[in-house]
Design a protein around this ligand. Structure first.
Ligand code: ATP
Ligand code: MG
Length: 427
């Protein structure tokens, strides 16, 4: 009896070769970009203790309230969570290994994150982020650096229609004052709040302002603005950031309702948004989180960072790209007979050692069938070896893509000939 076909998990995508090649090309651009700003990689495990995210992301956030993949390790009873974001784990690792001892760090990571939300275009249950964290810097200059470097990546990728929104969340005392005013205000308008709004009124009133519920927009619009509660230092910091943005000619829009979903932010917060992805408009978001390191048990140190949604950025980038494979195979080896097979096998290795990408035909078959495979492989050349070629220690080199005649090349001259043909014209 035929077995039932198994399927992947909803909201968790396979990346098939054509797409995976594009991801690799994208990751290469991203790595070069991060290197050009002096950021270094850090890799942390997918699984962390659940408590890390409850404390690090915040109890009253969407992520912790309803989006985490958490479970008990039945082998030892530990409470574990598949990372829903990277900052908490990065800070945990940096603290655990004392990387901030007398030093600051510019770090990045790239990889899968897991959130149990409703899958739709640009929103998945396994998705990928590039996270960038600057740890140990307190000034507005690093906030501006983080923002300006995003702009450079959009330029490198040729993305248009990406705009910057920025706000300041002030410090804890300023937020507490604003929070009081906000709660008092929202209490007066309880009748307009939806269930989420009522629930968050006291636990996380800032989040109420983040609601997209049309019925609440008027009340949200008129709510007390955090910006009006900022003291001198917070204002100065914010001015410092925007001054550098103007210096770098990065246009920004101050959005007083930008609050971010995670608890740990203070002062600068920002989002890069686009009109090209429908409802999933934010492709990159971040800000300053000066209290997080201490709240996770580290020695107090200032910090700022951002996370970029790779699927969303990829979607925008691929819009302007041709489909099909990215990488080009240099040669495909076909042969007839045992001696030809041995010669082809050996030549394949020689060519790879010289830096070419070569596929050796496996599985035999007629010349015609093998040539079909060679064509479908996308290779630039077929290297054809029959009895004749073996007898004369040569191969037939057949251009597969640009036309031109098949030519007989001596085995000893093959590497140089291929180099001349493939790289010769580029030099
Ligand atoms: P959203 O408001 O879209 O839910 P968020 O505030 O939860 O975003 P962050 O935690 O700040 O998002 O993550 C940073 C970026 O990661 C987002 O701006 C987005 O580009 C991307 N992202 C977040 N959640 C998902 C998801 N489920 N699928 C794909 N990308 C995501
Ligand atoms: Mg979210």
């Amino acid at each position: 009896m035929a077995q039932q076909k198994l399927q992947g998990i909803r909201g968790m995508n396979d990346l098939l070769p054509d797409e995976a090649e594009r991801w690799e090309a994208f990751e290469e651009i991203v790595r070069d970009w991060l290197k050009s700003y002096g950021y270094r990689p850090i890799r942390t495990p997918i699984l962390e203790p659940t408590a890390l995210f409850v404390r690090g992301v915040g109890e009253h956030t969407d992520i912790v309230e309803k989006e985490m993949y958490s479970f008990e390790d039945r082998l030892n009873g530990e409470q574990l969570t598949m990372r829903p974001e990277g900052t908490a784990a990065c800070v945990r690792a940096v603290t655990e290994h004392n990387l901030l001892y007398g030093a600051s760090q510019r770090l990045y990571y790239m990889g899968p994150m897991f959130r149990h939300e409703r899958p739709q275009k640009g929103r998945y249950r396994q998705f990928h982020q590039v996270g960038v964290e600057a740890l140990g810097f307190s000034g507005p200059d690093v906030d501006a650096e983080l923002i300006v470097m995003c702009r450079r990546l959009w330029d490198d990728l040729g993305l248009e229609d990406v705009t910057l929104e920025i706000n300041s969340l002030g410090d804890a005392a300023e937020r507490a004052q604003h929070r009081q005013a906000l709660i008092a205000y929202l209490e007066q308008h309880q009748d307009v709040l939806d269930d989420d709004g009522k629930r968050r009124l006291h636990s996380n009133p800032l989040r109420v302002l983040d609601s997209k519920n049309p019925a609440m927009q008027e009340v949200i619009e008129a709510a007390p603005k955090l910006m009006d509660f900022l003291g001198e230092e917070s204002l100065e910091h914010f001015e410092g950031v925007t001054a550098l943005l103007r210096e770098a000619a990065v246009p920004y829009r101050i959005n007083p309702r930008l609050v971010r979903g995670l608890d740990y932010y203070n002062r600068t917060v920002f989002e890069w948004v686009t009109t090209r992805l429908g409802a999933q408009a934010t492709i990159c978001a971040g800000g300053r989180y000066d209290s997080l390191i201490e709240s996770l048990g580290g020695k107090p140190a200032p910090a700022a960072g951002f996370a970029m949604g790779m699927e969303r950025v990829m979607m925008m980038w691929m819009d302007g790209q041709e489909s099909g494979p990215v990488s080009r195979l240099d040669a495909y080896v076909v042969y007839q007979g045992d001696a030809a097979q041995r010669l082809g096998f050996r030549l394949g290795e020689e060519l790879r050692a010289a830096g070419f990408s070569v596929v050796f035909h496996c599985g035999g078959g007629s010349f015609k069938a093998q040539m079909k495979k060679a064509d479908a492989s996308g290779a630039t050349y077929a290297i054809v070896i029959g009895e004749d070629e073996v007898a004369t220690q040569s191969v037939s080199l057949k251009p597969l893509r640009e036309g031109g005649e098949q030519e007989r090349i001596a085995v000893d001259a093959l590497t140089d000939e291929l180099a001349e043909r493939i790289y010769g014209s580029e030099e």
